[in-house]
Design a protein around this ligand. Structure first.
Ligand SMILES: NC(=O)c1ccc[n+]([C@@H]2O[C@H](COP(=O)([O-])OP(=O)(O)OC[C@H]3O[C@@H](n4cnc5c(N)ncnc54)[C@H](OP(=O)(O)O)[C@@H]3O)[C@@H](O)[C@H]2O)c1
Length: 256
């Protein structure tokens, strides 16, 4: 039975991945800070789908906690075939208004963690000749809207680079780039989605199903939703000066 490890599995997109993958028969290792929610998720998934669910509480701002997850991924006796680097949050305010220590913490979760975990997982996957890594990035990675977008830009480019490095090995890497998705994300960031048209909001379960279909096709970038596919296609055609600049710079609006 294939095993998947999902970070940020206790809520939102990560929880949707956990349900979808358990429904497909994957055993799971679920990672998040909140141990109580992880235990509830384990009970729910094993009852509903009869799969094994291991909980691994970790605060991914902490390097030692990240190493614990990396060690689990690198354990040759308990191979992980699918890694979903999903945990993340946004500070919801501008760089200069934030404490730089908070900026370092969010960078650790959005960038350092997926880099360390991809390194730990990909070597074993390459040796075994199969596996997949999904890095949950964002459509913000195609914009220049602040340090969240900058971190997600790193993650999208990192995913494309690693996908190229692993081409022909049986291991795929996909950057999932969703737009606004209904989860706890905006509330945690203290930002409101008010005023954003309904048509822009995505459903987390649909985002996950679209992503897994793109992984099956070996795509290195997955952009769910026709509205966001069109927007990313348009951004690709605009000069960088236009696509990265003022028109897309948003303050106190939802970051996604
Ligand atoms: N929602 C959107 O509009 C949207 C759009 C594009 C991309 N994304 C990306 O999608 C991913 C998932 O976000 P979501 O929307 O599903 O948000 P969410 O509902 O707030 O869930 C975030 C998950 O990340 C975990 N997490 C946060 N900080 C962590 C830390 N320091 N250590 C370990 N786990 C941590 C949370 O666990 P705890 O509860 O234990 O803290 C939770 O399981 C993120 O990478 C986000 O940037 C979201």
């Amino acid at each position: 039975m294939a095993t998947a490890l999902i970070t940020g599995a206790s809520a939102g997109i990560g929880k949707s991945f956990a349900h979808e993958l358990a429904g497909r028969g994957h055993d799971l290792v679920v990672v998040a800070c909140d141990e109580t929610r992880l235990a509830a998720l384990r009970d729910e998934l094993s009852t509903m789908h009869g799969v094994d669910v291991e909980i691994l509480p970790a605060d991914l701002t902490e390097r030692l906690d990240v190493q614990t997850v990396a060690d689990r991924l690198a354990d040759p006796d308990r191979p992980v075939d699918l890694l979903v680097n999903n945990a993340g949050y946004s500070l919801g305010s501008s760089f200069l208004d934030n404490d730089v220590v908070d900026e370092e913490a969010v960078l650790a979760v959005l960038v350092r963690t997926p880099v360390v975990l991809s390194h730990a997982a990909a070597r074993g996957m390459r040796e075994r000749g199969h596996g997949a890594i999904i890095n949950v990035s964002s459509v913000a990675s195609f914009l220049a809207t602040g340090t969240y977008a900058a971190a997600k830009s790193y993650l999208t480019t990192f995913s494309e680079s690693l996908a190229a490095e692993l081409a022909g090995t049986g291991v795929t890497v996909t950057a999932l780039c969703p737009g606004l998705t209904r989860t706890e994300f905006h509330e945690r960031a203290g930002i409101t989605g008010q005023g954003m048209p309904d048509a822009l909001w995505l459903d987390a379960d649909k985002v996950v199903r679209q992503c897994l279909a793109d992984v099956d096709r070996g795509k290195s970038i997955s952009v769910p939703g026709v509205q966001y596919k069109a927007a990313v296609g348009l951004l690709d055609m605009l000069p960088r000066k236009v696509s990265r600049a003022g028109a897309f710079r948003r303050r106190h609006r939802p970051q996604n």
